[in-house]
Design a protein around this ligand. Sequence first.
Ligand SMILES: [Cu+2]
Length: 320
Amino acid sequence: MKIKFLSNPAIPQVFGIVMLALFIAQPVAAKTVKVTMTAKESTVVIDNKGTEYPAWTYDGKIPGPVVRVTEGDTVDFTLINPDTNKESHSMDFHAAVVDVLKEFSEVKPGESKHFTFVANHPGVFMYHCGAATMAQHIARGMYGIIIVDPKEGYSEAYPKPDREYVLIQSQYFPNAKDKNAMIENRGWADSLINGKIFHYDPVHDENASLTLQSKPGERVRIFFVNANINNPVAFHPIAGIWDKVYISGNPKNTLYGIQTYNVAVAEASIFDLVSPADHPTNNAIVDHAMGAALRGAITVLMNMPDADPKLGKGDNILIR
Ligand SMILES: [Cu+2]
């Protein structure tokens, strides 16, 4: 009987299909991703004409580096606070479930801190310094994004995008020393997008040289973080409709056909935009709260056949 069973020509075929299905269904093996950042109290340029600002940063830039892992990965993180700094700093990953008094505690100048966490929730999350006074550490530039790609990968519900861009909005307070103004929402002069006023908007700033780009009909995925101190963001694509919005960037939280989505302070979400395929168009991606838009929170997206093939791909998702 046994021999007869094995000799059935259909058996190896079925076995092969089952094994193939098991193989395909296997999520990507979780890995450990080492991330090291250095707190730098250094001067940065905050507009397209070269205005300097005494910032506090991760690795010398506003925002800090893009961290990207896959759901289930372990993030092995080290924060270095050099003894040349005057302030204590820290790291608070919104993608982590840990102990605020332990992993997220302050690191004095001349010290460093190491901790790990497992990125168990897919999505996009803010990270920021939580050292006192936190409003000042964020306002002066200590924030960034961590993207946790879903372990299932792409699907019909969460399609593969043609381009990806990171946009992080924040409030610019010219008086870097006035903590109370930051806390009380007084004296913020401009909106920063990825660290600069009208960063990608040649329409409102003649010194702007960068725009986001895609080809007509491409699916453009925006990873958006609201790093404002006090103000929510009314995120809207002028001359477009968000095809899908994934709240907190989790494909399980999908909204369809949204005009304006309110992004809370310290929230991040994913926004998909698909332009008409048959002709070139432009979008202005704005915080539709006009007080923020006209202070710098406008980003031009050009959908054109000769779009730069490198933009919005690989390491070019946060354009400096
Ligand atoms: Cu700090």
